[in-house]
Design a protein. Structure first.
Length: 271
C-alpha cells in the first residue's frame, strides 16, 4: 500500500471537542532535515505533512490567490478527514481594495477544498494599524457579506480590539475571534483562549520580542518551552467541553520550529 494512502486521524480533546492541529504553512525550504527527511521529494511534502497532522493553515494566499487547479492538487494530496484553513488575500485585510474579480477568484480557489470536504476555516488577519473605529466595523460587515457562509476566524494585532464589548460585536457578525500568543510588547494583545460559534481558533506566533518589529523571518524564530506548551495544552483541555472544534496552528515557522512544537502539542494533548 502507498505510504500516503491513509485516513487522517480524527483527534478529540478530553472535553469532546474535535482538534485540528498543525502549522501556518508547510512548504519551507529550511524545514528540510528538520521536519522533512531528505528522501522525501518536495512535491510530496504535503503528503508527508498529512501523516503527522490533520490540518494546515495556508498563508501563501495572503500574497497570491491560488488557482483552483492548484488547490485541487492539494486536496488530492491529503487523506479524508484532513482540513485546510485559508488566509485571506492582503487586498481583503491590509489594503482593503479587493475587487469583485478578486473575491470571485478567492471563492473559486476554495471550491476544491469544499467539494472534497476538506475545508476548515477562512482566516482574516488584520494588521496592527487597523484602527478600532466605526469605519473598520463597517468594513467587517462588508467582509462578512463577501464571505457569505464561509466560517471565518478573525485576528487583530492591536490590543484595543480585544475588549469583551468589541469581541461581542465581532461574534455578532458571525466571526470567530482568533486567540493569539504574541510577545508581551506594548499594543499587542494578550487574549487568553477565546471562543465563538462553538469554535476556538488559536495561533501561536512565538515570543521573539527583540525581532518582532524587525525582520519578518526572524520574528518567528522562537521555540516554545515545555512549560509554555503545557500551559496552552491545559487551557485547550479546559475549553474543550464548551466548544465543538479547536483549531491550533503554530506560526513560529523559522527553521521548522512550528512543526516541532506542533508535534510536542500532539503528544501533550494525546496524553
Amino acid at each position: 500500500m502507498d505510504l500516503f494512502e491513509t485516513k487522517a486521524e480524527e483527534k478529540q480533546l478530553a472535553g469532546g471537542a474535535k482538534l485540528f492541529l498543525g502549522t501556518s504553512g508547510y512548504s519551507f525550504p529550511d524545514w528540510l532535515n528538520v521536519f522533512y527527511p531528505q528522501r522525501i521529494s518536495r512535491k510530496d511534502w504535503l503528503k508527508f505533512y498529512a501523516l503527522k497532522f490533520n490540518s494546515v493553515e495556508i498563508n501563501s494566499t495572503y500574497y497570491r490567490i491560488l488557482s483552483d487547479s492548484s488547490t485541487g492538487r492539494m486536496a488530492a494530496s491529503v487523506p479524508e478527514g484532513f482540513s485546510f484553513s485559508v488566509k485571506l488575500h492582503s487586498s481583503m485585510t491590509h489594503s482593503r481594495d479587493a475587487t469583485r474579480d478578486d473575491w470571485t477568484a478567492f471563492h473559486r480557489m476554495l471550491s476544491p477544498f469544499i467539494a472534497s470536504d476538506r475545508m476548515g476555516m477562512v482566516l482574516a488577519q488584520f494588521p496592527w494599524s487597523f484602527p478600532l473605529e466605526k469605519g473598520s466595523l463597517s468594513y467587517l460587515r462588508t467582509l462578512r457579506d463577501n464571505l457569505g457562509d464561509r466560517r471565518t476566524a478573525i485576528e487583530f494585532r492591536h490590543e484595543k480590539w480585544y475588549t469583551e464589548e468589541v469581541l461581542e460585536q465581532v461574534r455578532e457578525l458571525g466571526f470567530v475571534p482568533v486567540s493569539v500568543d504574541l510577545p508581551g510588547l506594548q499594543g499587542l494583545p494578550d487574549t487568553g483562549l477565546l471562543a465563538g460559534e462553538k469554535t476556538a481558533y488559536l495561533r501561536l506566533h512565538g515570543k521573539n520580542s527583540d525581532k518582532w518589529w524587525g525582520n519578518t523571518q526572524e520574528r518567528y524564530d522562537y521555540l516554545y518551552s515545555d512549560k509554555e506548551m503545557s500551559t496552552w495544552a491545559n487551557k485547550l483541555r479546559s475549553l474543550s467541553k464548551d466548544v465543538k472544534r479547536c483549531y491550533v496552528f503554530f506560526n513560529n515557522c523559522h527553521m521548522g520550529k512550528a512543526a516541532l512544537n506542533a508535534e510536542d502539542m500532539e503528544r501533550l494533548l494525546g496524553g
